[in-house]
Design a protein around this ligand. Structure first.
Ligand code: SF4
Length: 233
């Protein structure tokens, strides 16, 4: 019988060995990516950013499991990979004129008592002074940015179709920023992400300095409004 013959046994053995080899290779690569990520976080410098980014896309589930085994928070890993993505895109983003950039904020950053209404272009801030948007949005617009406060990624896609920006800054929680960066990659746009400090649906927080630092990339310092302090903190 074919299935009981020595060549068949050898074939099955070979398949088993190859499978083990592949599994071992994937786990070893996952451990390597986690090690380099932790080392990069510790040194404050990105090592092998392209390899890290590809590794994260291919092995996200495994990397989270490995991080979990070490008792670490996978949110740190996720935000690290957003920063890796930013560092890879920074040069390209710098070269895009501000007039071809768009800045998207999530509506959860506004005050819970916000009187603004949703329009086809997102929320139109009335500058009521109950949150930072009232003063900061106009400064980003003065820099040349198209600025939107949006309730979700479908709005972003609609604005991208309408205004054709080449570069996008997306502010949001880790899930939103990741989806946004993936969308940018799919559409061939240069995407930069800024993470909010607190997740949630109302009155979340962002470090405005993080937004300003990304927004100021490649911008003539003379065209940055004085109230946007771009000096590192
Ligand atoms: S400043 Fe603008 S976004 Fe903030 S609460 Fe007032 S209207 Fe809403």
């Amino acid at each position: 019988m074919l299935f009981a013959s020595p060549p068949w046994d050898q074939f099955v053995l070979l398949i088993g060995e190859l499978t083990l080899l592949v599994i071992f290779g994937i786990v070893a690569f996952g451990l390597f990516v986690v090690f380099i990520a932790l080392y990069s976080m510790r040194r404050g410098k990105f090592y092998f950013p392209r390899l890290m980014s590809s590794g994260f896309i291919m092995l996200e589930g495994l990397l989270k499991a490995i991080i979990g085994l070490f008792g670490l928070d996978d949110q740190d890993l996720m935000s690290f990979f957003v920063r890796v993505h930013n560092s890879m895109n920074a040069k390209g983003f710098e070269s895009i004129p501000v007039s071809r950039r768009a800045l998207f904020f999530p509506q959860c950053l506004r005050s819970a008592k916000c009187p603004a209404h949703l329009t086809p272009e997102g929320l139109l801030c009335q500058g009521c002074g109950q949150c930072s948007f009232g003063t900061v949005l106009s400064s980003f617009r003065d820099m040349g940015y198209r600025v939107f406060i949006v309730p979700g990624s479908s709005f972003i896609q609609r604005m991208v179709k309408k205004y054709h920006p080449a570069g996008i800054i997306g502010v949001g929680c880790i899930v939103e920023v990741r989806h946004g960066l993936e969308m940018c990659d799919r559409l061939g746009l240069c995407g930069m992400g800024v993470l909010t400090l607190r997740d949630g649906c109302v009155e979340t927080l962002v470090n405005w300095q993080d937004v300003i630092e990304v927004a100021a990339l490649g911008v003539d310092p003379r065209s940055i409004p004085e109230n946007l302090d771009v000096s590192p903190q």
